[in-house]
Design a protein around this ligand. Structure first.
Ligand SMILES: Nc1ncnc2c1ncn2[C@@H]1O[C@H](COP(=O)(O)OP(=O)(O)OP(=O)(O)O)[C@@H](O)[C@H]1O
Length: 296
């Protein structure tokens, strides 16, 4: 059954002076998905997420949330969206509890009890001043703020960037568990592959100004592999092998990496190309290295 995507982007472009950051990017995100948006530093993740949030304007293209342009979204719908920007400053003199009640005052959907539960769950001291929080605690504060409206759509720009490695995974998985209880759709950016494992069900890779890869995580994990093709002669990459990158012909075959789910099975490809193909599974980490290397 076809459903309307919760976020629908068509041919979105955005440049800063001569720097083309988004290049006719199209992307649909379905209701209920937990999407990890990967991309190198400077790939344009913040630009994309802030454009989705209507905080930046694209130069061209179309963006719809719940099948409506921003100007058509009514206030109750806008209040179903939680957003955590990358670095948030301000209100430094306020105590955590005062800050949260102040912000809560702007949202009819604010759930005070839930907000307090989250503060104790993540050990955020309500008496501390916002300006005295560590980078990680400040991120937790803003995630609590975004969750306290029980959002239907939650957009997080590098939500765990300031947490130490042991906390990153734990906090992210608790956060996603909570959003699953709320049935929220979540998009979070990161440049670290291990952040998405066991947390996201979809992975998107932003590079060269487009969503170059967008797959179901499990489907992708079961497809990606390093392959060694054996033959009597060097094998060049042909149109049959579009899901492969880093193709290297050898005197007796070739090596390459499968980086997208294959249209046909490896056995079929081997039979069609009259070769023998050995595969070694790739980790998502290796996949990310291979695809970003291939993109240059
Ligand atoms: N306001 C701005 N004015 C000019 N250039 C900008 C502006 N904001 C971003 N850029 C440039 O656009 C590109 C993309 O930046 P963006 O912050 O969207 O990337 P990112 O993927 O979020 O990076 P990171 O992972 O480092 O946060 C970078 O080259 C950046 O320098």
């Amino acid at each position: 059954m076809m459903t309307t995507p919760i976020i629908s982007i068509a041919n979105l472009s955005k440049s800063y002076q001569n720097n083309l950051v988004l290049n006719s990017l199209s992307w649909d995100i379905e209701q209920g998905d937990i999407v990890a948006l990967l991309g190198k530093n400077g790939a344009g993740k913040s630009t994309l997420l802030e454009t989705i949030m209507n905080l930046r304007n694209g130069d061209q293209g179309e963006l719809k949330l719940w099948d409506k342009h921003w100007e058509q979204l009514d206030q109750p719908t806008r209040e179903k969206i939680g957003f955590v920007a990358q670095d948030i400053k301000g209100f430094e003199w306020m105590r955590v509890s005062d800050f949260l009640s102040y912000i809560g005052g702007f949202f009819p959907t604010w759930n005070k009890d839930y907000c307090e539960q989250l503060q104790s769950r993540w050990n955020l001291d309500p008496k501390k001043r916002v300006g005295d929080l560590s980078g990680g605690q400040s991120q937790i504060l803003h995630v609590i703020q975004a969750l306290s409206i029980k959002p239907e759509l939650l957009i997080l720009d590098e939500p765990v960037a300031h947490l130490d490695p042991s906390m990153r995974r734990q906090f992210l998985s608790e956060l996603i568990e909570l959003t699953c209880e709320l049935n929220s759709t979540v998009v979070f950016s990161s440049h670290i592959v291990s952040d998405l494992e066991r947390v996201a069900n979809k992975v998107a890779l932003l590079q060269n100004g487009i969503i170059d890869y967008y797959y179901d995580v499990e489907q992708l994990k079961s497809s990606i592999a390093h392959v060694k093709i054996s033959a009597d002669i060097p094998i060049e990459q042909t149109p049959l092998f579009t899901e492969f990158v880093n193709w290297r012909p050898l005197t007796n075959g070739a090596t390459a990496s499968v980086v997208r789910p294959l249209e046909s099975s490896i056995e079929n490809i081997a039979a069609q190309s009259n070769t023998n193909i050995e595969t070694t599974p790739l980790s998502l980490e290796d996949w990310y290295l291979e695809v970003s290397h291939a993109a240059g």
